[in-house]
Design a protein. Structure first.
Length: 149
């Protein structure tokens, strides 16, 4: 599995303080900041995959401040240099990075640790169910079987 065109992994700073840590996520001067639409947290149960989902307009900026989550991305954009490629990314507080996923890229994910697994997404537009596509985990488009084995 390689790196998908337009997908970015940006290491984020954790400032450790005696009374509690500060975990950075996104700043408006960074290249992956395309504007602000909404931010939300999502919990992901252990070994319970969510996906496949593709946004036609929205750019995702995802961090995992709690637990460990494995993301699998699939590039089905015909014009992309990485058309038909898969990419796996595992994020956690120990691997604290921001995953930026451009529109048009399919994504699925699952919690890798027992207990709470939580992500924060900062999206560049408001959620609109009309701009998303969904597929079941098993399908004839995405050649990934790691969630259904």
């Amino acid at each position: 599995m390689g790196h998908i065109e337009g997908v970015q992994l940006t290491p984020q700073k954790i400032i450790e303080l005696p009374a509690g840590n500060v975990l950075h996520v996104l700043k408006n001067h960074e290249a992956s900041f395309n504007g602000f639409g909404e931010a939300y947290f999502s919990t992901v149960n252990y070994n319970s995959p969510k996906g496949w989902k593709r946004h036609r307009k929205m750019t995702l900026n995802v961090v995992v401040p709690v637990g460990t989550i494995k993301f699998v991305l699939f590039d089905n954009r015909v014009e992309s240099k990485t058309y038909q490629q898969l990419q796996e990314v595992v994020l956690s507080k120990d691997n604290y990075q921001r995953l930026t996923v451009p529109s048009g890229v399919w994504m699925a994910f699952k919690g890798m640790t027992e207990g709470l697994n939580m992500l924060l997404n900062i999206a560049d537009i408001l959620h609109d169910p009309e701009e998303t596509d969904n597929l079941p985990l098993e399908n004839n488009i995405i050649p990934y079987t790691g969630f259904t084995k």
